[in-house]
Structures are given as structure tokens and as C-alpha cells.
Design a protein around this ligand. Structure first.
Ligand code: 5GP
Ligand code: MG
Length: 509
């Protein structure tokens, strides 16, 4: 343990030069857009509230008035550190965000230190063809290279986010409208992104060619919505129309929305990128998305239950009760218990008034966070052989604490079962995993991890079983159906910034 900590503290990544400190590789976020409703900002606040699990560090909403000019004063905005409900629940702020269209963003914690207010999205800028706002979920893999070049040519950046390069590339595209400028910019960037862009005329959504991050289209009456997940449509009573396709740019034309002519389609879809085989992030199914969301027309909840069932088939163990690590392990533990015909019990109770453990900025506070967050339910545990089910082990902090807690509560045996393969590699496309060397499974065998967390046995789901749970026969190793780099190290998009030594996941995690 001492050795492990020492290693983290001496990580060379902490000594990055200022240019290398441009990094936002921890950008799992939520985005939402509304067009064609008087209550655009209120809908956006509600949508962001439903997407709060995707980011709790900060939130922002930008609204747009259709009938005014193209300058920045056409955009109304409010950006705040903290949760949506704490900052946008107030009718006064929503009333200031006038207009029939709005976009919003929930920012995930970048950990380590205070929030840089400039990094709260949506970003706003005035370009030659007018003012726009832009919100991004994901992480770009060549933004540092582009940024370095633009800065050397005189560009002025005001955030440390990869997202800002998109605006600069649009500004320098030489195009005189938002659609063409965005396409030009997107042709130059690589990585995982779901973007929402708003100006006087259009609400635009875009997904990267591999479709790594999710983006959905919704409708309510004549109004259109874009959101990271379908749960954001449920909260406002909107219907989920479809997933935006990988590589698709969907343009919602405000004028056509306002005309409300029956049957006149207000959306247009462009596919400007060379076609590649899509690779949606499989970790969205494992952990990130809400279980009541649908992605690729699959219920996240049902997929997670299947992960649990596969886990039980693959790694059976004699036990008396199955206990989920709440909340992330609940659906898979249900699937596990059903398949194993073993009693399911809420043996760990979660305090919902504590944020996600991962949000805590330091290892020390994270340790404390786990204690604050979970408590063993002694009455169901005492004297029992327990199977604990969680979605993943990252640093092992949660598992170690929970196993000890369950033992303290009198368990006879504690068997840990993880409803995904071992997390061996950092994500560079927008999931908040730490740098590879901080991932337990990158440098420990399953046996060593089992010892580290203090369990009697430990088993993970195999990659093929995970694929079965999402509805595939198995992983196609020639053309993988999903991005599973965190489990396989097979990165869908080349890591150009990393290979150029410009970003390092160890920086502020
Ligand atoms: P550990 O304690 O091993 O570092 O983290 C494992 C726990 O963190 C699991 O309970 C899992 O639900 C959660 N987790 C896994 N991946 C992520 C992530 O990307 N972000 C956050 N916030 N939590 C995660
Ligand atoms: Mg968890």
C-alpha cells in the first residue's frame, strides 16, 4: 500500500510544463439542447438535472433570442459551479435566459483543485457570421497539437479545454455560415465528441464518426431536443425520436420550427466524414448512463442485468446472499442473483446526500468519501457467505472499504464479482478514468487485486460475455463493435496528443 501511494505521488505527470497543462482528459459530461419552445431555458435546466449523474462540478445554460441581432448580446447565459438544482432552480435566472432555444452543459469534475470558471460550458464566441454557443461531451485526441499550432500563430485561448479549438477552427474556416464552418472544424478534430451548437438560426448536434459518445433526438409538440441520454427527455415529457447516428450532423432550422407547417421537416442530416465502423463506448452501458435510459434502442437496465447474469454463469460461487454495491452494482447484482438463484439483499445502504466518490479530489478524501457514502446492513449480513457485485474496480478504493465493511458486519465469506472486465487502460475519449498506471488492473493480477481488496475471491466478466450482454454474439476482434479500450487497450482513435507527449492522463487526477 505504501509502495502504491508512493508511486502515485512521484508520477512524472505532475511536473507538466505549462503547455502540457492544457488537458481536459476527464470530460465525461452531459449536454442538452432545446429549440422551438418558449420555455427553452427551463426545459434545458430540467434536462440537465436529469443528466446530473454525468457531471456535477458545474453547469451552464445559454439561450438565444431569434429576432434580435447576431452579436453576442443575442445570447443570454448563466454559468455556475455546482449542481443544476442549486443554480438554476431559481425562476429569476431562468427568466433572464430568454429565447425559444437554449443549450446546456453539465461538467464532470476534473478533480484536483478549484474549478476554473472559464472552463464552464457552453462556450460562447462571436465569429464573422455571428455569435454562437457550443457544448461538448467527450474528449478530443488531437486538440493539444492543434492548440499549440494556433497559439503559435497568434490565437488567444481563454480556457484549458480541448473544446475551445473547435471554435477557433470554425472562426478560421473562411466559411460564412455556422453549418459550413462547423463541418470544416470537425474535419480537423479527432476523438470522442457529442457536440451541441446554437446560433440565431440553428440548433445543431454532431457525433464523432465512431459515435463514441451518445447523443439523442427528442420531440415534444413542435419543439426539438438534443440530449446525451433519453432520461433527459422523460423528465420533460418529450418523446425519444432516435439516436443521432455516428458521424451525423443534425441541423434543426429554427425558422422551419417556428413556421410549424405540418409535415415540413425542420431537420436536415449531413454525413460529411468518411465512413468508419462505429464504436460506441461500451462503458456507457457498464457504468455511465442512467439505467432508465435507452441507447441504441437497448435498455441500459436490461443490459446491466444481463451483465450480472453472464457474470454468474461465468464465475459461479456457493453463497447465501447477493449484495449490490449501490448504486452502480444494483442492476447487475439483480441479474446475478436471478441467474444464480441466490437471495438478493440490500446489505449495503447508501447515503444519497453524498456525491459520487469519484468527485472527491484526493485519494485521502476519496477514502473518507466511501465511508460517508456506504454503510453495512448488519442484520442481513451476519453469518452469511456474501457475493458482492459492483460494476467496476478502478483504483480499488471502493471495493477495499466495502469488503472490510461487510466483514466487520459479520460476513463468513466475501466474494467480489465485477460486472465488467478488468479496467486496464485509461480512457482518452471522455470517461473519467485516471491514468493507466493508477488503474489497479494495469499493474496487478486478479489474484493480487483480490488480496488488495481483502476478498475471499474475485472474478470479472470476460470481454465476450460483456459483448453478449449488449446483444452481440461475441467481440469481433477484426472489427470491434464497441470502443472497449479501457478493457482491451484497443483504442478506436489514434492518441495523437498523447503520442506527441502533449497530454498525460496523470496530470490532475
Ligand atoms: P474505485 O474505488 O475502484 O477507484 O472505483 C470504483 C467505483 O467507482 C465503482 O463503484 C464504480 O461504480 C465507480 N466508477 C467506475 N468508473 C467510474 C467513473 O468513470 N466515474 C465515476 N465517478 N465513478 C466510476
Ligand atoms: Mg460505484
Amino acid at each position: 500500500m505504501y509502495h502504491f501511494k508512493n508511486k502515485l505521488q512521484s508520477s512524472p505527470a505532475r511536473n507538466l510544463s505549462p503547455i502540457n497543462q492544457f488537458v481536459s482528459p476527464y470530460e465525461e459530461c452531459g449536454v442538452f439542447g432545446a429549440c422551438g419552445t418558449l420555455d427553452a431555458a427551463a426545459h434545458t435546466a430540467l434536462g440537465l438535472h436529469a443528466l446530473q449523474h454525468r457531471g456535477q462540478e458545474a453547469a451552464g445554460i445559454v439561450s438565444c433570442e431569434t429576432n434580435s441581432d447576431r452579436s453576442l448580446s443575442n445570447l443570454h447565459h448563466h454559468h455556475a459551479i455546482g449542481k443544476v438544482g442549486d443554480n438554476f432552480g431559481d425562476g429569476v435566472i431562468i427568466a433572464k435566459l430568454r429565447g425559444f432555444s437554449a443549450i446546456g452543459h453539465n461538467r464532470y469534475s476534473t478533480t484536483g483543485g478549484s474549478v476554473n470558471a472559464a472552463n464552464i460550458q457552453p462556450l460562447i464566441a462571436e465569429l464573422s457570421f455571428g455569435a454562437l454557443a457550443l457544448a461538448h461531451n467527450g474528449n478530443l485526441t488531437n486538440a493539444a497539437i492543434i492548440r499549440k499550432k494556433l497559439i503559435s500563430e497568434g490565437s488567444i485561448f481563454r480556457t484549458t479545454m480541448d473544446t475551445e479549438v473547435v471554435i477557433h477552427l470554425m472562426a478560421r474556416s473562411g466559411k460564412n455560415n455556422i453549418k459550413d464552418a462547423l463541418i470544416e472544424a470537425l474535419k480537423k478534430i479527432e476523438g470522442g465528441y457529442s457536440l451541441i451548437v446554437l446560433d440565431k438560426d440553428y440548433l445543431i448536434g454532431a457525433r464523432d464518426p465512431y459515435g463514441i459518445r451518445p447523443l439523442m433526438l427528442g420531440r415534444l409538440g413542435d419543439a426539438y431536443f438534443l440530449a446525451s441520454e433519453t432520461c433527459a427527455f422523460d423528465i420533460i415529457g418529450a418523446q425519444h425520436v432516435r439516436d443521432i447516428a455516428p458521424g451525423e450532423i443534425i441541423i434543426i432550422d429554427k425558422k422551419k420550427v417556428h413556421e410549424q407547417k405540418p409535415k415540413k421537416e425542420a431537420t436536415e442530416s449531413l454525413f460529411p466524414f468518411p465512413k468508419v465502423n462505429p464504436r460506441f463506448c461500451i462503458f456507457e452501458f457498464v457504468y455511465f448512463s442512467r439505467p432508465d435510459s435507452q441507447i441504441e434502442n437497448k435498455d441500459v437496465y436490461a443490459v446491466r442485468k444481463r451483465m450480472g447474469a453472464e457474470l454468474s454463469r461465468e464465475n459461479p460461487i456457493e453463497a447465501d446472499i447477493v449484495i449490490p454495491v449501490p448504486d452502480s452494482g444494483v442492476a447487475s447484482a439483480l441479474g446475478y442473483a436471478e441467474e444464480a438463484k441466490c437471495q438478493f439483499e440490500l446489505g449495503i445502504i447508501r447515503n444519497h446526500y453524498v456525491g459520487r466518490t469519484f468527485i472527491e479530489p484526493t485519494d485521502q478524501i476519496r477514502n473518507l468519501g466511501v465511508k460517508l457514502k456506504h454503510n453495512a446492513n448488519r442484520s442481513v449480513i451476519e453469518g452469511k457467505r456474501v457475493v458482492l457485485v459492483d460494476d467496476s474496480i478502478v483504483r480499488g478504493t471502493t471495493s477495499k472499504k466495502i469488503v472490510a465493511m461487510v466483514r466487520d458486519a459479520g460476513a463468513k465469506e466475501v466474494h467480489m464479482r465485477i460486472a465488467s472486465p478488468a479496467t486496464t487502460n485509461a480512457c482518452f475519449y471522455g470517461i473519467d478514468t485516471p491514468s493507466t498506471e493508477k488503474l489497479l488492473a494495469s499493474h496487478m493480477t486478479t489474484e493480487e487485486i483480490c488480496k488488495f481488496i481483502g476478498a475471499d475471491s474475485l472474478a470479472y466478466l470476460s470481454v465476450d460475455s460483456l459483448y453478449r450482454a449488449v446483444g452481440e454474439a461475441k467481440r469481433n476482434n477484426e472489427i470491434p463493435q464497441y470502443c472497449d479500450a479501457c478493457f482491451t487497450g484497443d483504442y478506436a482513435v489514434e492518441l495523437k496528443d498523447k503520442n506527441a507527449g502533449l497530454v498525460n492522463k496523470g496530470y490532475d487526477c
